[in-house]
Ligand binder design. Structure first.
Ligand SMILES: [Mg+2]
Length: 124
C-alpha cells in the first residue's frame, strides 16, 4: 500500500509521513501539488493525503487532476486543511474528496481515517 502525501507545511508533512510510515505504509511525500502530481504520474500510488492550501498547485486542483486521470480516478483521497470552513469541506467533497480532516488532527484519527479508505480499496 503506497500513500502519496502532499503538504507544503514541513512540520505537518513530516508528521503525516512519520505516522503512516510507523504504521507500515510505503509513503512518498512532496511539498506542493505540482510535484505531487508529477510524482504520482511517474510512479503511482494507492491512496493520497493532500493538503488543500499549497503553492504551485493546490489540493483541489491536484484532486481534480487525479479524478480526471483514468489511471488514478478511483484512488481514495483524504484532504487536510487548517481551515475549518464549511465551504472548504463542501468544495472538497464536490471535487471528489473521500474524506476530510482539519489540522491540527489527532494522530490516531488520521491513521483510522486512512485505514477506512484502505479497506475500501481492499474490498473492491
Ligand atoms: Mg498548506
Amino acid at each position: 500500500m503506497k500513500i502519496l502525501v502532499a503538504d507544503d507545511d514541513k512540520i505537518f508533512r513530516s508528521l503525516v509521513v512519520e505516522i503512516l510510515t510507523d504504521a507500515g505504509y510505503e509513503v512518498i511525500a512532496e511539498e506542493n501539488g505540482l510535484l505531487a502530481w508529477e510524482r504520482l504520474r511517474a510512479e503511482g500510488a494507492d491512496l493520497a493525503v493532500l493538503d488543500v492550501n499549497m503553492p504551485e498547485m493546490d489540493g483541489f486542483e491536484l484532486l481534480r487532476n487525479i479524478r480526471a486521470a483514468e489511471k488514478h480516478k478511483t484512488m481514495p483521497v483524504l484532504m487536510l486543511t487548517i481551515r475549518a470552513f464549511v465551504e472548504d469541506q463542501v468544495q472538497g467533497y464536490d471535487t471528489g474528496a473521500d474524506d476530510y480532516l482539519t489540522k491540527p488532527f489527532d494522530n490516531d484519527v488520521l491513521l483510522a481515517r486512512v485505514k477506512v479508505l484502505e479497506r475500501r480499496i481492499l474490498h473492491k
